[in-house]
Design a binder for this molecule. Structure first.
Ligand SMILES: *Cc1c(COP(=O)(O)O)cnc(C)c1O
Length: 191
């Protein structure tokens, strides 16, 4: 997945013209301002939300994204279910796991992740396909990738969203099916 947050359409067009179709954004509002227009020219774009989602943005998120990587609480699961039913759309989901148990970071705690994923998939009937993590800075990411792999296996989920510009090769060694690469494709972001 090519992560395009902060990059304007003119930076994205060369990547689209080279044939890439899978993109990630971390904010609903920013994605809404950029992607509908690009989709008019490239109908087969697959758009992934990789940033936190507030329940008051669920309506827009379901209309815009094909996959959401940041499901991490029951209230959000219920809102997503209602909105998918209302819109008649299926948006695939990843459960975000806070593998480093960092207080400031989104994601469900590792010890609750398997039960939560099962609850969302089996009780609510949501299309949960995998788990996602963002390892803490300055820690060996491999430990977090291995943990996520193990949790996803336990929950019977096939997809693993892990690995960014600095560690995607390690993530792939640990079974990543979705790597989220921004800087290595588009260069540094401003700010
Ligand atoms: C920005 C972002 C990325 C991409 O990071 P790079 O280091 O630029 O590759 C990946 N995942 C998430 C959740 C992000 O917010």
């Amino acid at each position: 997945m090519a992560v395009t947050k902060t990059h304007p359409a003119e930076c994205i067009l060369p990547v689209l013209n080279a044939g890439h179709r899978i993109f990630g954004e971390n904010r609903v509002q920013e994605a809404k301002s950029k992607w509908p227009e690009l989709r008019r020219c490239y109908a087969d774009i697959e758009l992934h939300l990789i940033g936190p989602l507030q329940t008051n943005k669920v309506h827009d998120a379901i209309a815009l994204f094909n996959v959401i990587h940041t499901l991490d609480r029951s209230k959000l699961a219920e809102a997503l279910k209602r909105e998918m039913q209302k819109a008649g759309r299926v948006v695939r989901l990843f459960v975000q796991v806070n593998t480093g148990e960092e207080p400031q970071k989104a994601g469900i705690a590792p010890k609750e992740a398997v039960a939560f994923a099962r609850h969302c998939r089996d009780r609510l009937g949501l299309p949960v396909i995998g788990m996602m993590c963002i390892p803490p800075l300055n820690e060996e990411p491999a430990l977090h990738f291995a943990l996520l792999n193990q949790l996803a296996k336990e929950a019977g989920l096939e997809c693993l969203s892990m690995g960014m510009s600095d560690d995607f090769e390690t993530a792939i060694r640990f079974g990543a099916t979705h790597v989220r690469v921004g800087t290595a494709i588009f260069g540094p972001r401003e700010g």
